[in-house]
Design a protein around this ligand. Structure first.
Ligand code: LLP
Length: 428
């Protein structure tokens, strides 16, 4: 079942028309399908059940992809843990009902104060990415009189075959500890009295559409685990990270079952509990961005369709040259001619586009368009550049919908700022 589809010529999110939401909430807005979120989670849960070897497995939603409280809550209700990268995300995970014991704290630059808060909240696992962080965490844990459960994230030097800005497992990337230096790091961790090493972690990149990089990385880490055990370390957990790709255009990402089959095969006999940190795969296709056409500007070279969503709302097209499908909310006639156009926002930058050189049915001022696969790294990466209020977020569940983050008013935006006390007050 598709959670976003035309019915009677109108694009629906489950049982609600996007036009009805637009009429009530205004545009632009993000819309998430709770049914799609749950289906995404179930695909993971079923994939794990289908694993041949008896593996103990945990799934921690990488909430950086979409950290709206209501979205996290959907996964919390289904038993998810969370992968967090800041204390802010930790607070969100806890507020949405994820138990602290199921939280993994990742990130390349955690501050002592953040590590302190995480330990005080009793998060289940901290993925350490440098020897400096080992020392800091050991000191903080000592101050609190606790022992921190850690993994060390290693950098296996494998090319994930994805966009350069979201590749994380190459030697030249800042992430993890170089696999060639990992044994020294584990030796240090073993000497630090307030750390308890529970395993190894990796995360090689995002939007992977091939399983081969996972296989190659697992093989390298598996070898390392053997050496670490020979060195006398207990390695009970293997955190495989996230990164599975979704469909934006015509990608053919592997199914979760296929992914799990490779993981099960390559980790067979390792005796490790496995953890996964999927982000995009759980939310990406479950969300869309809806925008209204402000005007159409025919040019000598091409036509510009200027819409009321912009790069501040969805930065992926200009940041990663990412493709997002764009569809009219009212279905075009089958025989409608198309026009070649750029779909752009109102921001004063040429990088402000949602799509370039697309063939779309003719659009006119007031028409609504839907930008597909915007549930991951959409709203979370938005800014209020040009004093454009953050687009609201809406959740649909069956025939119900609710605003799960309202659009701030301009007054609220201005009230967040201050004049320094030495400035003359503005005369009314
Ligand atoms: N675990 C770690 C340690 C990560 O750094 C990430 C993502 C994930 C899990 C989740 O990866 P996913 O399953 O979502 O691929 N803003 C970019 C994506 C950045 C991903 C950063 N790390 C984009 O819009 O494509």
């Amino acid at each position: 079942m598709s959670f976003f589809e035309y019915r009677n010529g109108e694009m629906h999110a489950e049982g609600v028309t996007l036009a009805a939401i637009a009429a009530q909430v205004g545009t632009p807005f993000y819309c998430y399908s709770a049914g799609a979120l749950r289906a995404g989670w179930r695909e993971f849960a079923d994939g794990i059940k289908g694993m041949k070897a008896p593996h103990k497995v945990g799934v921690c939603y990488a909430m950086k992809a979409n950290s709206n409280l209501a979205v996290i809550r959907v996964f919390a209700e289904m038993g998810a843990g969370a992968d967090i990268v800041s204390v802010g995300e930790m607070r969100r995970a806890l507020a949405a009902g994820i138990p602290a014991s199921r939280i993994i704290y990742s990130g390349v630059g955690k501050k002592a104060s953040e590590l302190m808060e995480a330990l005080q909240a009793k998060v289940g696992q901290i993925n350490v990415e440098s020897t400096a962080e080992l020392e800091t965490l050991n000191a903080v844990a000592g101050q609190l009189g606790v022992r921190a459960d850690i993994t060390i994230r290693v950098n296996p030097d494998v090319d994930a075959g994805t966009h350069a800005k979201i590749t994380t497992g190459r030697k030249e990337n800042k992430f993890g500890i170089d696999i060639d230096l990992a044994r020294e790091a584990f030796a240090l961790a073993g000497r630090l009295p307030n750390l308890k090493v529970v395993g190894v972690a990796m995360h090689i990149g995002s939007q992977l559409t091939s399983l081969e990089p996972y296989r190659a990385a697992i093989v390298r880490v598996r070898e390392l685990i053997g050496q670490l055990r020979a060195d006398g370390h207990r390695i009970d957990r293997f955190d495989i990270g996230g990164g599975l790709g979704i469909v934006y255009a015509d990608e053919k990402p592997p199914s979760i079952a296929e992914f799990m089959a490779v993981v099960a095969r390559e980790t067979a006999g390792l005796g490790c509990e496995l953890t996964f940190e999927p982000g995009r795969r759980l939310v990406g296709e479950s969300g869309v961005l809806v925008s209204e056409v402000i005007l159409v500007k025919p040019g000598a070279a091409k036509t510009f369709v200027i819409v009321d969503a912009a790069m501040n709302d969805l930065i992926r097209p200009t940041l990663y040259e990412a493709w997002h499908d764009i569809l009219p909310v009212r279905e075009a006639r089958q025989d409608a001619a198309t026009i070649r156009c750029d779909i752009v926002g109102p921001i004063c930058e040429s990088g402000d586009f949602l799509a370039q050189n697309r063939d779309l049915p003719p659009l006119a001022a007031g028409d609504l368009v839907m930008i597909r696969s915007a549930g991951a790294y959409g709203a979370v990466m938005a800014s209020s550049y040009n004093t454009r209020p953050l687009a609201p977020e809406v959740m649909v569940d069956g025939t119900r919908f609710a605003v799960i983050r309202p659009r701030p008013t301009i007054d609220e935006m201005l009230r967040a700022e201050r004049f320094p006390p030495w400035m003359e007050p503005v005369k009314a």
